[in-house]
Design a protein around this ligand. Structure first.
Ligand code: AMP
Ligand code: GLY
Length: 425
């Protein structure tokens, strides 16, 4: 069948690579895609906010299956509109994507179905929120309810930080996303991500990962969309994974189904591993970026078959197989990221990096400019390597980074440090 993939980042390059090798995939189109996805299919400049235009494209190109990468089109109901038009589409409905689109929605679901998460209160009034914080104490976490492109969470160590965050969010600093805030207890522990592939009733594991959100080595500096990641996350041992499934994922699926909004698609649980067990920090209604770039290279099973089974409610018949190898990705970003960056600097040496065994360079924010590849965003490349251990994958990834000639870029030098320390024992 012909497949249309929606999105343009490193996640979509990884998805395009895995979808395109499936025997079920005839032609692959990516809207809008990037120079990396163009290695695996045809990029098309579709306005994905225009759902009717996407439907028309699917009719003209005889698309049999659509896969949605990013959260914005999910929350905007693209899956609902395509499905209503008779086009099979992978991803949650608008109502189910509220698990990512509204933190208040998710916290209320957790409360109703006894899912372990930080204690919380919801506020639309800044003064009431501040009074609550004063009575509660710090540290405390202030979150904008809606989608805020990674800027919606402030872990406040002082009253001043908490109050500034409340004023900024409720005052409109994040637009409509911050009109309501969730204030929650600070959770102490190590963070890890668990991914589940869901068909409305059944969830099957789709891998584990850990990422590095801070921009500088040693986990210092401002938060970013992620400067690197690795999979698997050994800290999520089989026993903890079983608890995550039983205590967090399955009650979520049951809760969503009982409300008449079954969850289909990837459910990405951001977890805090506390001394009392795993707690849900947040849900994402999609694969992570850059986590996908370390999950999919380890997947041996056919991705199209797996996603189709999720759409068709048939995951109880599916078991996925994964490589024993570990994967690690280093994000190369344009200098200045996560602040403003310059676009257009040339990147050389990608072919040299990719000549190394078990190395894949995913494009995240690049542009084809004649026969040159130039930077076109903040996070630009995801240099990914497989290895027997995270330590091996890390060495290989940094060897590949050293082949890339891009003076206007930078990367962290310590991606995977927790896992490498653990492997050293
Ligand atoms: P989120 O967008 O909800 O994943 O939050 C972004 C980051 O803020 C998380 O990855 C955590 O590092 C941190 N965070 C969010 N909620 C909490 C919490 N309740 N306690 C401690 N850290 C948190
Ligand atoms: N890497 C974090 C995310 O995809 O949300």
């Amino acid at each position: 069948m012909n497949i249309l993939l929606i999105g343009s980042g490193g996640r979509e390059h990884a998805l395009a690579r895995s979808l395109s090798v499936s025997p079920h995939c005839s032609k692959l189109f990516i809207a809008p895609g990037n120079p990396g996805t163009a290695q695996h299919g045809t990029n098309v400049s579709l306005d994905v906010t225009d759902h009717q235009a996407v439907i028309e494209f699917c009719r003209v190109m005889a698309i049999g299956f659509v896969v949605v990468g990013p959260e914005a089109p999910l929350v905007a109901g693209l899956v609902d509109d395509l499905t209503a038009a008779g086009i099979k589409t992978f991803g949650p409905s608008r109502a189910a994507a509220q698990l990512e689109g509204s933190k208040a929605f998710t916290k209320d679901l957790c409360a109703e179905f006894n899912i372990p998460t930080a204690a919380y209160r919801r506020f639309t009034d800044a003064e009431a929120a501040k009074t609550y914080v004063r009575n509660y104490g710090v540290p405390i976490v202030v979150k904008a309810d809606g989608l805020a492109a990674g800027k919606g969470v402030v872990v406040a160590m002082s009253f001043e930080d908490a109050e500034n965050a409340i004023d900024m969010m409720i005052g409109g600093g994040l637009g409509a996303a911050g009109a309501e805030v969730v204030i929650e207890a600070f959770l102490d522990g190590e963070e890890a991500s668990f991914f589940a592939l869901c068909d409305g009733t059944t969830a099957i594991p789709f891998g584990t990962a850990q990422d590095h959100k801070r921009v500088f080595d040693g986990d210092e500096g401002p938060n970013t969309g992620g400067m690197g990641a690795y999979s698997p996350a050994a800290i999520l041992n089989p026993e903890l994974q079983a608890r995550v499934i039983a205590e967090i994922i399955e009650p979520t699926l049951k809760g969503m189904a009982s409300r008449g909004t079954p969850y289909k698609g990837i459910l990405y649980a951001g977890l805090m591993l506390t001394k009392d067990g795993p707690q849900l920090i947040e849900y994402n209604a999609r694969l992570g970026d850059p986590e996908t770039q370390v999950l999919l290279p380890r997947l041996n099973s056919d991705l199209v078959e797996a996603f189709l089974a999720a759409c068709d409610g048939k995951l109880n018949t599916v078991s996925l197989t994964w490589s024993d190898k570990a994967a690690l990705t280093v994000v190369m970003a344009a200098k200045g990221y996560p602040g403003s960056v310059e676009k257009g600097s040339e990147i050389r040496g990608l072919d040299k990096a990719e000549m190394l065994d078990d190395v894949i360079v995913f494009h995240a924010g690049t542009k084809q400019d004649g026969d040159r590849i130039v930077a076109n965003g903040g996070r630009v490349l995801n240099v990914t390597a497989l290895g027997k251990t995270i330590t091996d994958a890390q060495a290989k990834a940094y060897e590949a980074v050293s082949k890339i000639d891009w003076p206007s870029g930078f990367c962290r030098r310590d991606i995977g440090w927790r896992a490498v320390e653990r492997e050293r024992g």
